[in-house]
Design a protein around this ligand. Structure first.
Ligand SMILES: Cc1cc2nc3c(=O)[nH]c(=O)nc-3n(C[C@H](O)[C@H](O)[C@H](O)COP(=O)(O)OP(=O)(O)OC[C@H]3O[C@@H](n4cnc5c(N)ncnc54)[C@H](O)[C@@H]3O)c2cc1C
Length: 666
């Protein structure tokens, strides 16, 4: 027999968040008159310990068996109140929340109107709460292993932290070496640490760590499952070089028929590499890779040069028969650390990036000043006529950032500082050069950044406030056309070198990872976090976390901090060994399901599949919910032609009485 409902209604002031617009005492009095309401109270902060204690005491003293908390969105505190009523002996799902903050006080100014609406929400909750069923959450085992996609500094740091904690970690990197963009940098602001010197020890550590399985030149092809239990399939692309045998000596690259013929990705196309190559001297793993699109033997069937790379390789490591391999494994959590793409300045043709060799990007500048770069660290540029050391150097900031015309309204957060850093590096190498930086604003927000910016200005680097409109050629010089907006002076500034402070953009090929993991993008097109303030490393897909620039532009300190945050969040299910599956999920009525499959198509979490069942001797297809994947969002319900799938706690028989109660209100 269904026990008689004894309802407690708790109206929260939320400080003045609710109480300044909703007359909470009136709502309390009103609630007391509603059917089956035994107790109604108000309190300043219901979510506080004393607030929760109030509810627990009433449950015990008055024998309450259903609770309504009229406060904020259930997204904030549903779990808090479920836990509280469970501690008092009630089923945690015997709770209903009336959102009188986001839906009343925060959106209304008139107290009378807001209070009237709060009363309605409480009425609807009372109509529903009595019809809630007891639900039980379940526990499933979690695989004590993690997958990290992308091995820039974010992925490397997250992998090291998880592996150090004793969990198996798979680190998948699509290029032949770990390191990401940080490996390309010369020195890092504001401390001017040599980037390679601080990064390579971590790269080496992650390759030698007993708990890390490094899968470079590899891509994740398939991910199925749910938090605690993801099945992963990775494609290890053929390097045509035996990984075990290659000693990294480099004899093959020297003898390559097309040696030093192709633009080096690592040197941003300013240096050259062979068809068989090591991306950069400190690459990890130090193993050569043959580019299948450039190797003459692989593209044409013969190379023609004697001795061929195969013959000079003392370790007999080159194997043209090698094929892609697939590895499969299970993990409990996943971290996405796929980084960023620098903005492509060809999209701003007025800056002449495609026309003039002496208009270069910030990333190219990093390679130009680097001792391991194409010029051995000498700042030499081609002005279209000859190679020179530039005397007049201009930087332009915010190229592709804070710019609606290219669809990027956001600030890229690193360009102010990296242009300052590069100006300093040029000053070190070319003490007599005239250096100016065209800027809209200077955002020196991080620790030591303002001090660094001041230091660079003291080094006789001129900051000119103005956003150049055009760059064109005059004789051997480039002309930067701008207006100094502080003095309202139009300028035609003749220079030898222009460095474009390009911003950071989401990776062009992020779609594949998005689809694999059902991730979303925020307005700026980077991966969307679950909550910008309170869950900055989580995603809407449970067990999947974000680290580094794939979530938004960041400097290295923030990238590392976020990677550490993602690692510690990912380790929660791994350390617990199990995950709790929420009971508030969709349920299929197999007896009425027509097997149309619309719910499968519409489910944003891929939580529904069609299965064959035997109904009265006939094999038929019906929908089945994977409770571990289902988030109880309810998208399936309106798609169902026969009303056969409904989320528990949001069934028609629970929602329709709410609507009826509202309709009956005067
Ligand atoms: C010109 C320039 C100068 C900078 N200078 C500084 C500085 O001095 N100081 C500072 O603090 N910050 C600096 N930054 C910022 C710094 O580069 C970033 O903070 C840092 O590189 C972010 O690291 P990440 O790991 O998030 O991304 P990335 O470095 O982009 O690494 C991502 C990795 O993921 C891999 N990947 C991508 N997709 C996949 C996939 N589908 N599967 C497998 N692997 C994948 C990529 O190949 C890459 O290795 C600079 C940035 C620029 C553009």
């Amino acid at each position: 027999m269904i026990e008689k409902p004894k309802i407690g209604v708790y109206v929260c002031h939320c400080g003045i968040n609710i109480a300044s617009t909703v007359d909470v005492e009136t709502v309390e009095e009103y609630a007391l008159k509603l059917p089956n309401v035994e107790v109604a109270r108000t309190y300043s902060y219901m979510c506080s310990d004393p607030g929760q204690a109030l509810i627990k005491e009433d449950i015990k003293e008055h024998g309450l068996n259903r609770i309504i908390v009229a406060s904020c969105s259930p997204r904030m505190h549903e779990t808090t109140f479920r836990k509280a009523i469970q501690e008092a002996g009630l089923n945690p799902y015997f709770l209903e929340m009336a959102n009188i903050r986001e839906q009343c006080s925060w959106v209304h100014q008139d107290m009378e109107e807001a209070t009237a609406k709060a009363k309605k929400l409480v009425t609807a909750s009372v109509a529903k709460v009595r019809l809630l069923e007891a639900l039980e959450s379940t526990e499933v085992d979690a695989e004590p292993a993690a997958l990290i996609i992308g091995a820039g500094i974010a992925g490397i740091q997250a992998a090291l932290d998880i592996a150090d904690a004793g969990f198996k970690t798979y680190l998948v990197e699509k290029t032949p070496s770990v390191g990401g963009r940080m490996a390309q940098l010369d020195k890092t602001f504001p401390t001017l640490d040599c980037s390679a010197c601080i990064l390579t020890p971590k790269m080496v550590d992650c390759a030698s760590h007993p708990n890390i399985e490094l899968l470079t030149y590899s891509e994740v092809e398939e991910i199925n499952g749910f938090i605690g239990n993801f099945d992963v399939r990775v494609r290890k692309k053929a390097r045509y070089v035996d990984f075990e045998k290659c000693t990294g000596c480099g004899d093959c690259a020297k003898e390559c028929r097309v040696a030093d013929r192709f633009p080096s990705e690592f040197d941003e196309g300013m240096g050259k590499r062979s068809a068989i190559y090591l991306p950069f001297p400190q690459a990890v793993p130090a193993k050569y890779t043959i580019d299948p699109e450039q190797c003459l033997y692989l593209t044409r069937g013969k190379c023609g040069k004697e001795p061929k790379c195969q013959e000079v390789c003392g370790a007999d490591a080159i194997n043209f028969e090698q094929e892609d391999e697939y590895v499969e494994f299970k993990v409990g959590a996943i971290i996405v650390a796929t980084g960023f793409d620098p903005f492509d300045p060809s999209r701003k043709p007025e800056y002449g990036y495609d026309d003039y060799p002496n208009v270069i990007t910030g990333m190219e500048m990093e390679r130009l000043v680097s001792a391991s770069g194409p010029t051995g660290g000498k700042v030499l540029i081609n002005n279209g006529k000859e190679e020179i050391e530039p005397k007049e150097v201009a930087f332009i900031k915010c190229v592709g950032s804070r710019d609606e015309s290219v669809g990027n309204e956001y600030c890229s957060r690193v360009c102010c500082m990296y242009t300052a850093k590069q100006a300093h590096l040029i000053r070190e190498k070319l003490p007599d050069a005239n250096i100016r930086i065209y800027y809209m604003d200077v955002r020196a927000f991080g620790k030591g950044y303002e001090e660094f910016y001041d230091r660079v200005r003291r080094e006789n680097v001129r900051y000119i406030r103005g956003n150049p409109s055009e760059i064109f050629k005059r004789g051997n010089k480039l002309v930067v056309k701008a207006e100094d907006t502080l003095t309202s002076t139009p300028l035609e500034d003749e220079v030898d070198l222009v460095v474009l402070g390009v911003g950071l953009e989401p990776r062009a090929e992020m779609r594949q990872v998005m689809d694999l993991l059902r991730l979303s993008q925020s307005g700026d097109r980077f991966f969307l976090e679950a909550h910008p303030k309170l869950r900055p490393v989580d995603t809407a897909t449970e067990g999947v976390f974000l680290a580094g620039c794939c979530q938004g532009p960041k400097d290295i300190p923030d990238t590392v901090a976020q990677a550490k945050g993602a690692a510690s969040s990912a380790m929660i299910p791994l350390a617990r060994g199990s995950v709790t599956i929420d009971a508030q999920v969709a349920e299929v009525n197999e007896a009425t399901c027509r097997g149309c499959g619309f719910c499968v198509e519409i489910c944003p979490y891929s939580a529904i599949e069609m299965v064959t069942v035997n109904r009265f001797g006939h094999e038929i297809e019906v929908a089945k919910v994977n409770e571990a994947l289902c988030k109880g969002c309810g998208s399936c319900s309106p798609a169902c032609l026969s009303d056969s799938i409904q989320p528990k706690s949001f069934r028609d028989r629970q929602i329709l009485p709410q609507i009826a109660a509202l309709g009956a209100m005067k």
